[in-house]
Ligand binder design. Structure first.
Ligand code: RFL
Ligand code: PHB
Length: 389
């Protein structure tokens, strides 16, 4: 089999890239290790930047997103019981949209199925070859039979644990990492959200987040130490802990119920440099990880592939490699700003085992400054709603 661009991974990065290329008449095949249902079963991100929404519109998959997504003008921070709303629309004229990653994935998969583009699910033992030449190939096994896919370019969109970054020769890649000493315990519940917008709460017992997927489905998180076991967290224990970290008004308004999903995510910052090796490109979680506090992971994946699609279109349509040559530097500049913002949100909102009384006063001063200064609040708004590429 032959294609122009071989895409590894059918997460949001791979699917959106495939769709943007298809719209420009460029052929791409997606190889995905898991089944379609498995990919759709993963509960992850929920907040889309305005630029991500625009890109999904450009990909022709914005219909349901505009009908069902919830446009939020701002978010709330709650510090030790004091709540403050940041109104992004009023501050900088931008908003975010609450629409689950699962739904984005479903919309992209449906568009791909409808157009007849090839996606190979349950592709095992994917391996990347000769991407330092003009004739790269990808090999994989499907139902016990070995296949080879010849291509012009390989897009590594296979997440943090994927094969693409691991295929880069040692010494060609520099990595930067920060591992946080805690994780997020998240639950999904079919009950109305506690408030109209998201609440990010700082409390001496730890961080908490009240989010949502729809007017009838809520997503809540509490910070937990690393090594915590999910079996030790009954729904009742989760609700008690969440309530204690919120202000009185939110604690009283909280509607609880049986969880329909419960999982723990460790928090990490990670960046690989560069993001191009000959004819192999890395994009999305394969290239970088952010802690979820700034709601940036899915959005960075989208902006990476937006830039990669532009570069590949330039190569095929305008016969210029300027975009390909500039891809890594262009996206890394935005990636590092999102890394900074996610690290900053994480550091002011969580409790750290080694934070002393001075550190806690600094966290409080950050909140008081954000509340008092339009400039500081605008900086938050600008970053949360998404910086330009
Ligand atoms: P994905 O989604 O991990 O997809 C990669 C795909 O590659 C496949 N794969 C392989 N395929 C073939 N061969 C191999 N060897 C392969 N190895 C892996 C995998 O099966 C998978 O299908 O990466 P992608 O596309 O880069 O997308 C990134 C986003 O999924 C991620 O950044 C976000 O979910 C992060 N994130 C959030 N991002 C936001 O923008 N806003 C949020 O509100 C937000 N909340 C979150 C989050 C992530 C979370 N978790 C669980 C990590 C909340 C949570 C709890
Ligand atoms: C979510 O709804 O899952 C979510 C929202 C905001 C974040 C992280 C996760 O910062």
């Amino acid at each position: 089999m032959r294609t122009q661009v071989a895409i590894i991974g059918a997460g949001p990065a791979g699917l959106l890239l495939g769709r943007l290329l298809e719209k420009a008449g460029i052929d791409a095949v997606i190889l995905e290790r898991r089944s379609q249902d498995y990919v759709l079963g993963r509960i992850r991100a929920g907040v889309l930047e305005q630029g991500t929404v625009e890109l999904l519109d450009k990909a022709g998959v914005g219909g349901r997103l505009h009908a069902e997504g919830l446009v939020h003008d701002g978010v709330e921070f709650c510090f030790d019981g004091d709540r403050h709303r940041f109104n992004f629309r009023e501050l900088i004229g931008r908003t975010v949209t609450v629409y689950g990653q699962t739904e984005v994935t479903r919309d992209l998969m449906q568009a791909r199925d409808a157009s007849g583009a090839t996606t190979i699910y349950e592709a095992e033992n994917v391996s990347l070859h000769d991407f330092d030449s003009d004739a790269p190939t990808v090999r994989y096994t499907k139902n016990g039979i070995e296949h080879e896919l010849a291509c012009d370019f390989i897009a590594g969109c296979d997440g943090y644990h994927g094969v693409s970054r691991a295929s880069v020769p040692e010494g060609a890649l520099r990595t930067f990492e920060r591992v946080y000493p805690f994780g997020w315990l998240g639950i999904l519940v079919d009950k109305p959200p506690v408030a109209d917008e998201l609440i990010y709460a700082h409390h001496e017992r730890g961080f908490a987040l009240c989010s949502m997927r729809s007017p009838t489905r809520s997503r809540y998180y509490v910070q937990v130490p690393l090594g915590e076991r999910i079996e030790d967290w009954s729904d009742d224990r989760f609700w008690d802990e969440l309530r204690r970290r919120l202000d009185e008004r939110a604690a009283e308004a909280l509607v609880t119920g049986p969880s329909i999903e419960k999982s723990i995510t460790p928090l990490r910052s990670f960046v690989a440099e560069p993001l191009r090796f000959g004819r192999l490109f890395l994009a999305g979680d394969a290239a970088h990880i952010v802690p979820p506090t700034g709601a940036k992971g899915l959005n960075l994946a989208a902006s990476d592939v937006g830039a990669l699609a532009e570069a590949l279109i330039e190569h095929y349509v305008e016969r210029s490699d300027a975009g390909i040559d500039g891809y890594s530097a262009r996206v890394l500049s935005r990636i590092w700003k999102a890394e900074r913002f996610s690290w900053w949100m994480t550091s002011i909102l969580h409790t750290f085992p080694d934070t002393d009384a001075f550190g806690r006063r600094i966290q409080r001063a950050e909140f008081d400054y954000l509340r008092a200064s339009r400039a500081a609040a605008s900086a938050l708004a600008e970053n949360y709603t998404g910086l330009p590429l």
